[in-house]
Write a protein that binds this ligand. Structure first.
Ligand SMILES: CC(C)(COP(=O)(O)OP(=O)(O)OC[C@H]1O[C@@H](n2cnc3c(N)ncnc32)[C@H](O)[C@@H]1OP(=O)(O)O)[C@@H](O)C(=O)NCCC(=O)NCCS
Length: 402
């Protein structure tokens, strides 16, 4: 019998859960002032604690969101976060128990998928999460930036205060829409914990672009170093950049490169196919310094997830999916451009559910996975068919860190 039990948390223990989570990541507890802001971000019924008696030893929670999938549908998703187990309780199955309980409750809530950002890449694969989108880190020597010729947008960019930022950003985000696979809706607490916190406490700035139809894009950035540290490098980090059109996207980046007293511009977890190199005259000023996993995706309901996305024109393929944690997902699925059905037909390719998640938004091909020995190939010709069916036009990307 387990030496701990999982319970749903309520207001009386949200703060203890938050302190436990921060402690697991080696941070101190939130101050009273910060807690006033943070407590609103705990959704009743969605946070769990692992307890031995009255003592909490682990926690995990999630927010309800929507995930854009290939073809444009938006599926109910659990955005999982604040996962932590006390250092003196790790490797005793606490996270495993929390995950099982969370899967059950998300499925009861009708959530088709779950998404998270992982502190370490070795944690979540065993629970059926796969890396479904990645981002690249960019570093640009601002002094060497010469912008490629452009007519601009004819719009205007203005720096805004916290109140305006709080009003404008969610509206612009909604206007821009979940325009590529992997994007998620942003829940109220996300804005609070990111935009509000950044502008209020972390010296972040927000610049809003407006055109003929009003506000249509914004960038949030923070500058560190420079004047505060004599002889130090002044580094501008783009934290968030949302645009309703490609022209506005380009204009916001041009704005970023024009901010004075900046030596270096950094973009974290930017889309793999963001064409920043084409915005500048000398493409070598845009250095890709890292490529990291972004979205870890768990298909909670495989039939519903497979049915929600669209497939490109290609001959059908039969995928056999293995799911150790949620065995009712186990089985074979015949995938065609017209849809998906469970089948008893012989499988062409056999793979675990975390690897299906990795292919789901288009981040990796079946051929690549097979090359690495991660897919059992029954029929070699099926790899090209599966790649073609799952192909998407754009690199998947979320852009929402939580
Ligand atoms: C990650 C963490 C939550 C794991 O909790 P845990 O209770 O130790 O996990 P479990 O005991 O249920 O582990 C299940 C399996 O995953 C493995 N595992 C879990 N976390 C691991 C890690 N960080 N590195 C390597 N293996 C890990 C365990 O060895 C175990 O393997 P087994 O099934 O083969 O025995 C915990 O280590 C932690 O709080 N870390 C610091 C905070 C953090 O990183 N949180 C995640 C934020 S995204």
């Amino acid at each position: 019998m387990a030496d701990h039990e999982i319970r749903v948390l309520d207001e009386s223990n949200f703060r203890a859960a938050h302190t436990l989570f921060r402690g697991a990541l080696h941070s101190g507890p939130a101050t009273d002032e910060r807690w006033e802001q943070i407590k609103a971000s705990y959704d009743p019924g969605r946070a769990f604690g692992a307890f031995q008696g009255d003592e909490m030893v682990g926690t995990a929670q999630s927010w309800p969101a929507l995930l854009a999938v290939p073809g444009g549908a938006e599926v109910p998703a659990a955005a999982v976060s604040r996962v932590g187990v006390r250092a003196d309780w790790t490797r005793r199955g606490v996270l495993s128990a929390l995950m099982r309980r969370q899967f059950q409750s998300c499925r009861e809530a009708g959530e088709v998928v779950s998404v998270l950002r992982a502190s370490e890449a070795v944690i979540y694969g065993r629970f059926g999460y796969g890396v479904a989108s990645r981002g690249r880190q960019l570093k640009v020597d601002r002094h060497r930036v010469a912008l490629a010729p452009s007519d601009g947008t004819g719009g205007r960019i203005r720096l805004v205060d916290l109140d305006t930022a709080t009003a404008v950003a969610p509206e612009v985000y909604a206007k821009a829409g979940l325009s590529r696979p992997g994007m998620t809706s942003r829940w109220p607490a996300w804005w609070l914990m990111n935009l509000d916190r950044g502008l209020r406490y972390d010296n972040a700035r927000m610049a809003v672009h407006s055109g003929a139809d009003g506000d249509d894009g914004f960038v949030v950035y923070v500058v560190k170093g420079g004047m505060e540290e004599p002889h130090g490098k002044s580094v501008l980090t783009v934290e968030d950049l949302v645009a309703t059109t490609p022209e506005v996207w380009a204009e916001l980046w041009r704005f970023v490169f024009r901010v004075d007293v900046v030596d270096e511009v950094i973009g974290e977890l930017r889309p793999l196919d963001e064409p920043l190199e084409w915005l500048v005259a000398d493409r070598r000023v845009v250095k890709v310094t890292d490529v990291e996993d972004e979205t870890w995706l768990r298909l909670l309901d495989v039939p519903a997830a497979l049915a929600a996305r669209r497939y490109a024109a290609a001959e059908p393929v039969v995928l056999q999916v293995r799911d150790r944690y949620l065995p009712d997902n186990d089985g074979s699925y015949r995938i065609t451009p017209d849809g998906v059905e469970r089948t008893t037909a012989a499988a062409d390719l056999v793979l675990d559910v975390d690897l299906l998640a990795a292919t789901y938004l288009g981040d990796v091909s079946f051929t690549e996975l097979a090359q690495a020995g991660r897919v059992d190939v029954v029929d070699g010709a099926a790899l090209a068919r599966a790649d073609a069916l799952f192909a998407t036009g754009r690199a998947p990307w979320s852009g929402t860190y939580f």
